[in-house]
Design a protein around this ligand. Structure first.
Ligand code: SAH
Ligand code: SF4
Length: 428
């Protein structure tokens, strides 16, 4: 989205800015607390701007704004605008209102008009673009704030998604990652007036000329459908990678979490994905130290990690979020205990991540180059399985799709050599 549309130019630092927007996350306490420390750092900058005779409008957007909007307004006098994630298309109007009246504005409503229709058509700012197709969640996992901050599940109509995807590809995207809190719960209206599944949407997206790669994230085990599994066999543009959070390997904990799946169902899904696409890579999220988690539960999580061999995962310490059922459960664990368990889970995950990278050495894969590396001339791209690859090759540019021989692996990434300089020029 171009800020010039709103009459502002983007600058790199907050010093001297006319407008600062903090986009916030409420999923864990640490993320939410950061907003208050960031605001503290803005206070002297806002005062300095006023001394120069200007005004720095400070807006807080996103889920902290949604969950703690009133408190932000009362506790933080420097905040001028608070806007929830469902109302952020109204931001220009709210900013204009406070600029005109030198007042303050808050909008944490869930407006009836879909915000996507009111936002400008995005363009890609690199070869890899994100496209939101679904928002909100009705699953109410015991630990999670998303159903409260993002509201009920909503899927955008397929035609709007396809139009946006074409515009992203026309502006240089070669890869699109389709996004949603539970993306595989997608059921947007198709051009035929009937709900389309995620697999159907991915098939339609795959037809867009110039689009080389498709991904989707994040999926929920309960919403994996037969056609999504089949898409990994039949859709040539769909990458062999699935981010399918399991959260825990213990049935007792999964039940306390209200996940709606158990360990066996999860492992069964992995088998079904692998049956159609044996090289498919699986990534996951884990919550460690959920209330009531015992040593035996933790061992179940470690054994599930060994059983699946995830290529990449995120693991978090359980964070009690106000208003969620898990925050009130008995058996809350001490922070040191959660940290110690997290370290064990992360250690096990990193063993598998490193092994997956090592297993790629010697293979020849297609890599989409998407950013610069730290060393002069070095570029970084991703394998189909999302692993970062460092390459240095004369004339190679960001946006190139190249065939690379993977020559060595580190704990987090691979190094490769470009095999075919002709392929390197294949660009949209
Ligand atoms: N809808 C997705 C995940 C969305 S939230 C799913 O169900 O898998 C992203 C991740 O944040 C979750 O997968 C979970 O691992 C983590 N998370 C959510 N709430 C949390 C909490 N209260 N404490 C710690 N981690 C949490
Ligand atoms: Fe949160 Fe995901 Fe559970 Fe929804 S399914 S409540 S987003 S963790």
């Amino acid at each position: 989205m171009s800020w010039r549309l709103w009459g502002y130019d983007l600058i790199a630092r907050p010093e001297g800015a006319d407008l600062v927007i903090l986009n916030t996350c409420h999923i864990r306490e640490k993320a939410a607390e950061k907003v208050f420390s960031d605001l503290g750092r803005l206070r002297p900058l806002k005062a300095a701007r006023a001394e120069e005779g200007g005004r720095m409008v400070v807006a807080v957007a996103g889920c902290v704004a949604q969950a703690e909007g009133e408190a932000l307004m009362t506790r933080m006098s420097l905040v001028d605008v608070v806007v929830g994630p469902q109302a952020y298309h109204r931001l220009p109007e709210l900013i204009a209102r406070v600029e005109r009246a030198a007042g303050r504005a808050i909008d944490t409503s869930f407006p009836p008009e879909p915000k996507f229709d009111a936002l400008p058509q995005p363009t890609a700012d690199g070869p890899s673009a994100f496209l939101s197709v679904q928002e909100g969640c009705d699953k109410f996992c015991a630990y999670c704030v998303v159903p409260y901050t993002r509201g009920a599940e909503y899927s955008r109509p397929a035609s709007a998604v396809l139009t946006e995807a074409r515009s992203l590809v026309a502006s240089g995207a070669r890869e699109i990652t389709v996004l949603g809190q539970n993306v595989n719960a997608y059921h947007g209206e198709g051009p035929d007036g009937r709900p389309w599944s995620l697999a159907r949407l991915l098939d339609a997206l795959a037809e867009i000329p110039g689009l080389a790669r498709l991904r989707y994230t994040t999926s929920h085990p309960r919403d994996v459908s037969d056609d999504l599994i089949a898409a990994h066999r039949d859709n040539p543009v769909l990458m062999p990678f699935v981010h399918l959070p399991v959260q825990s390997g213990s049935d007792r904990v999964l039940q306390a979490m209200n996940r709606g799946h158990d360990r066996k169902t999860y492992l069964g899904l992995i088998e079904r994905f692998k049956a159609v696409r044996p090289d498919l890579a699986i990534a996951s999220d884990f919550i460690v130290g959920h209330p009531g988690e015992t040593e035996a539960d933790l061992l179940d999580t470690l054994s599930l990690i060994d059983a699946v061999g995830f290529v990449h995962s995120y693991a978090f310490k359980f964070s009690a979020r106000p208003g969620t059922p898990a925050a009130a459960l008995p058996g809350q664990l001490a922070d040191e205990e959660k940290s110690a368990r997290l370290a064990r889970v992360q250690e096990r995950l990193s063993v598998h991540q490193a092994a997956a990278l090592q297993a790629c050495v010697g293979q020849s894969v297609e890599v989409l180059v998407d950013r610069r590396g730290r060393h002069p001339g070095q570029l970084i791209g991703r394998t189909p399985m999302m692993q970062p690859v460092h390459v240095t090759h004369p004339g190679l540019e960001i946006g190139d799709l190249v065939r690379v021989r993977l020559v060595s692996a580190g704990p987090l990434s691979l190094a490769g050599e470009v095999e075919d300089p002709v392929l390197a020029r294949r660009r949209a």
